[in-house]
Design a protein around this ligand. Sequence first.
Ligand code: AMP
Length: 424
Amino acid sequence: MKFQTITGTKDILPSESSLWQHIEQTARSVFKRFGYSEIRTPVFEDTNLFLRGIGETTDIVGKEMYTFKPSAESEESLTLRPEMTASVMRAYLQHSLGAQSPVVKVYYISELFRKEKPQKGRYRQFWQFGAECIGSANPEADAEVIAMMMMIYDELGIKNTTLKLNSLGDIETRKRYRTILQDYLRPHFDKLDAVSKERFEKNPLRILDSKNPDLKELIENAPRILECLDEVSKSHFETVKTYLDDFGVKYVIDHRLVRGLDYYSRTAFELVSSDLGAQDALGGGGRYDGLGEQLGAEKEIPAVGFASGIERLLIALESAGISEKIQPPKPDVMLVAQSPLARGWIMKTAQAWRKEGLTVETDLLARSLKAQMREANRLGATFAVIVGENELQTGKFQLKNLLTSEQKEIQQEDLLSEIKTRTA
Ligand code: AMP
């Protein structure tokens, strides 16, 4: 029997991992510059965390969670995390992180699990990098989180994106808007598709999310939440926009961008790419001041964050021709053995040079000189040093630069420093 990865999951192969590392390093570097520290949480949590933390009317909780019992008799219900925000807020509350620091700024690079129908850009196990800024209700936090997300894409060279921005106001705004929207949609109820009909009572704001072309005009003409904003949210939104303008971060206002959950508030944003297919969202986020209380905190905990899908970013990097430029690291030198005695010397020398920071390849298959040189070229080594009895006796070595084909005689004691300076 041949085993295969499960549909909707993927291996990240050695040939791909440099690109993954490049993305992770770029993200880590930007997070660091904004003063964010990494948080790692368990892959599975109490199912109730996500029921409360994401909301029962969402697709994620409604149909996409991998939920299981730890044993047949157990009363406990566990779920593989489908997103990170609820887990991060759980950790924040559990460890009283707010008592240690008034503003807690954390980032993650994590794998997530959703029971989705796999397609391009949509998997059942996928990766996100993201960040949460917990403790500030001020628009500076929103602006910084958005700017930080955009800086990562910018440093990765991603173009052809549109940042969509909206404000959902406070809870009262949304209650008011919910009624206004329902009143607007009610006379057209028969025209709605089945999903939207279902959302009409449960979560009418999500009807605005619909991709159904038949509803496009109806949605386009719907009253806009921005017109219903309370005064504080209005000025919050204006300030966020002013900061983004100051930072040179471009955005478009999209009144359809809603997050139909009670604890989402004010800023909502999403980054879409024209280089992706139907699944065009690279990442998104927003403010979720109500989540802490939802998870049992005694008072409101203002927070804002974002999450970005790594697999979709890979598709965008590929279509922009950027991925091919990120090559796996190449060896600095291959030590080529001409005799068994040389092999011993090579093993010892390789070990010593690696301690000095060089990437050193040796032949582990006792191959011929020609085969070893072929291997050195295949690996893309900068240098090859052929080691035989003669070299070991005289202490004089030929240092071959495989990139330029030049060859130079070097004394044994100078070999390391010569290679180091030329590969630095
Ligand atoms: P969400 O947590 O649903 O707001 O998603 C944030 C980002 O994660 C999206 O913009 C996508 O880039 C990515 N994402 C969400 N679901 C999937 C999935 N099933 N497969 C791959 N990427 C996903």
